[in-house]
Design a protein around this ligand. Structure first.
Ligand SMILES: [Zn+2]
Length: 282
């Protein structure tokens, strides 16, 4: 069995299920546009419930017995939809499954939009929602904007994560840690800062690494240049994840295979990486 900690609900939907052409994009901004085209097909709470049921079937086929799944809650509000109704449809659709939900705000929409997400997420703390965080464009929505929002969420019992160090550098990761992120989504550009690498290792702060995602969005030039194993060898706890399995055309098993064949992880190392997903779950 396996667990996954960085998995976006909307990125798990096959294009054909939405009546879209096969996903195509170039670079990180192209990927964000592609993700946007998916969310624009999700118009009702039932649409979200339907893709949740499909995701649960996929997780079952993949032998994943625990997942923390991200809902791009900030995008739901941005579309003018009722986030509570959407989440309750999702929660009902996933009742009985061993998954917990993460609500993400969108960095570039700013702190007041993020606070709206946090308020609603806090209403479901301990009732399906385990964590709150930020994703989107690190460069136009720096983590320091979200200090008050993160404090609000933490005070109400939510755990904290941030996408950081994916398209922007180590400074973005330091900022995410300063506002209280307990896990870092991606975080791979930590490799550019030796002090940050030793901080992550010393404090055992895990990175949610998504290999195929990083290659296809162009944040690393090729799998061979991916720093995941270097980070691992420095003692940084890493987990492997699919991020958006339908958009990136991958599975969790495939990510482990790529780590073995493309990065030289040994089977013993990969066992430890796999166990990290349980060790660092919320
Ligand atoms: Zn992500």
């Amino acid at each position: 069995m396996a667990a996954e900690l960085h998995l976006h609900l909307e990125g798990s939907v096959p294009a054909a299920d939405l009546g879209l052409e096969p996903y195509q994009y170039t670079g990180f901004s192209g990927f964000l546009q592609c993700f946007k085209s998916v969310v624009q097909c999700l118009n009702t709470p039932e649409d979200y419930a339907r893709i949740t049921r499909a995701l649960l079937r996929e997780l079952g086929h993949a032998g994943i017995d625990y997942a923390e799944v991200t809902l791009s809650a900030g995008v739901v509000l941005w579309k003018g939809q009722d986030l509570r109704a959407v989440f309750e449809a999702i929660r009902d659709a996933s009742a009985g499954a061993n998954i917990l939900w993460h609500m993400d705000a969108v960095r570039q929409f700013g702190p007041s939009a993020a606070m709206q997400v946090a308020r609603i997420a806090a209403g479901y703390a301990g009732a399906g929602v385990v964590s709150f965080g930020i994703g989107g464009d690190e460069k136009t929505g720096p983590a320091e904007w979200f200090q008050d929002v993160f404090r609000f969420a933490r005070d109400r019992g939510l755990r904290l994560t941030a996408h950081a160090g994916e398209s922007d550098g180590p400074g973005s990761i330091w900022q995410a840690l300063e506002i209280g992120a307990e896990r870092i989504g991606h975080g791979i550009r930590a490799i550019e800062d030796a002090a940050l690498v030793s901080h992550l290792a010393r404090h055992q702060i895990p990175l949610e690494v998504c290999l195929t995602s990083n290659v296809l969005t162009g944040v690393v030039a090729s799998i061979e240049e991916h720093p995941a194993r270097l980070l691992y060898l420095e003692g940084v706890p890493i987990t492997l994840n699919t991020d958006d399995p339908a958009i990136f055309g991958t599975t969790l098993a495939r990510e482990f295979q790529i780590a073995r064949e493309g990065l030289g992880f040994t089977d013993a190392e990969l066992e430890q990486v796999a166990s990290n997903a349980y060790r660092f779950r919320f």
